[in-house]
Ligand binder design. Structure first.
Ligand SMILES: Nc1ncnc2c1ncn2[C@@H]1O[C@H](COP(=O)(O)OP(=O)(O)OP(=O)(O)O)[C@@H](O)[C@H]1O
Ligand SMILES: [Mg+2]
Length: 385
């Protein structure tokens, strides 16, 4: 129910209308002059119906009052009651945006209809404001979204240009790298068992493996690598990845526990690509362990098994390394996000792993406790039929 402000200098009119309107459930405030009315409105924020006379013995008249009210409080509605009900006054009142003009003394029913009409206008104005606000909110949200997507498009264009360049550089690098690895193997064979040069050659090998991994990652990132899918046993991809690390992990004092289920359902996949996923996960686990201090045995556990209904094959790669700080957990799958030095990481491993796994209709998830370790799980659907 609206509060009503009655502005009239006649005390008997004040009393009569106040009691009649209160009997109809309105809250009525009284002002004896437009000035008093303006003072009252200063304190009232909610839109209300104002009933005002036109002629006052001193100060501003009712028209000036309406002008000031409409100027300062456009959400209020004004109903004019006047003992001098001429056509000119009525036209002037409506021109100033009063919602009604009623001759005085007026019947209460007539006044009630005018109040109802004024209240309706206030309500409609409020509804329109609510719609406009929510429309503005929706437009703002959409605009932000479009801006974000524009940014992503620019980023994607840059990445794709970079991807093409990376692919051609990788292509050029692969051959000399294979040469270095081959000659290093031949050189190692020529050495005595206890030759002091052996550890150097082993380090050379590790660094070459790292370069190979970077090249494979960049090729996968630029989507230039082989994408053929066939029925495979995930264990094969996993064993291929593990064999690359056995030697290296032993040298670093990292225990490797492998538990592969013997009868896995086959999956439709690309063995080289899945192997790349596991290489990335194991090398991350290794780096997390290298970064850890303390006496606790460093350990990587790898497990592979089908889920209960043989619907998916799941591979866990777990470590008790430094873990992943909660603040960066949402970003670890982003391309080029890395906490490692330039020589150690490009920040592509997990983003590529996720792309590969989703190309297999699978998912990759992780859980991590900073200071305690991390566990990644790759889930790929088993082939049906
Ligand atoms: N097992 C893990 N333990 C702790 N941190 C991890 C682990 N795996 C990933 N991270 C964090 O996620 C980041 C991103 O990993 P990602 O494999 O994508 O890139 P990277 O290892 O830094 O570089 P790249 O794999 O390209 O050589 C890492 O820099 C590291 O901070
Ligand atoms: Mg990595």
């Amino acid at each position: 129910m609206y509060k009503i402000l009655l502005v009239d200098d006649n005390s008997s009119i004040q009393k009569t209308y106040q009691s009649l309107l209160e009997a109809h459930g309105f809250m009525v405030a009284i002002a004896s002059s437009p000035q008093e009315g303006l003072l009252f409105l200063k304190e009232e924020q909610d839109p209300m119906v104002i009933i005002t006379d036109i002629k006052f013995p001193s100060g501003i008249d009712g028209f000036e009052f309406i002008r000031q009210v409409k100027n300062m409080y456009p959400n209020h509605e004004v109903v004019v009651i006047s003992g001098y009900a001429t056509m000119d006054l009525a036209i002037e009142a409506i021109r100033l945006d009063a919602s009604d003009f009623i001759p005085k003394p007026c019947e209460i029913n007539l006044l009630l209809v005018a109040i109802k009409r004024a209240s309706k206008k206030i309500e409609m104005r409020q509804t329109i404001k609510e719609y406009t606000d929510s429309l503005e909110y929706i437009i703002q949200k959409r605009t932000d979204e479009i801006k974000r997507m524009e940014g992503q498009l620019v980023q994607a264009a840059k990445l794709s240009a970079m991807g093409e360049l990376a692919a051609s550089v990788c292509h050029e690098l692969r051959q000399p790298l294979c040469g270095i690895m081959g000659f290093s193997y031949l050189a190692e064979r020529e050495l005595d068992e206890d030759s002091p040069a052996r550890p150097y050659l082993r380090m050379l090998d590790e660094q070459c493996e790292r370069m190979k991994q970077i090249i494979e990652n960049l090729r996968a990132f630029s989507r230039q690598s082989d994408t053929t899918m066939e029925l495979i046993n995930i264990n094969d991809a996993l064993e291929g990845a593990i064999s690359l690390f056995r030697h290296q992990l032993r040298n670093r004092g990292i225990e490797l526990e492998v538990d592969l289920s013997a009868d896995l359902p086959l999956v439709l996949g690309n063995k080289t690509k899945l192997q790349q996923v596991f290489v990335n996960l194991i090398s991350n686990a290794r780096d997390a362990l290298d970064a850890r201090n303390g006496h606790k045995q460093k350990k990587i556990s790898i497990r592979c098994e089908a889920d209960e209904e043989n619907k998916n094959v799941q591979v866990w790669v777990m470590d008790n390394g430094i873990g992943i700080d909660e603040s960066i957990q949402p970003r670890i799958f982003d391309s080029f996000f890395t906490t490692k030095s330039v020589e150690q990481g490009t920040g592509l491993g997990l983003s590529i792993a996720r792309t590969i796994v989703s190309d297999h209709n699978g998912e990759i998830n992780f859980s991590s406790r900073p200071g305690e370790g991390t566990s990644f799980v790759v889930k790929v659907p088993a082939h049906r039929g």
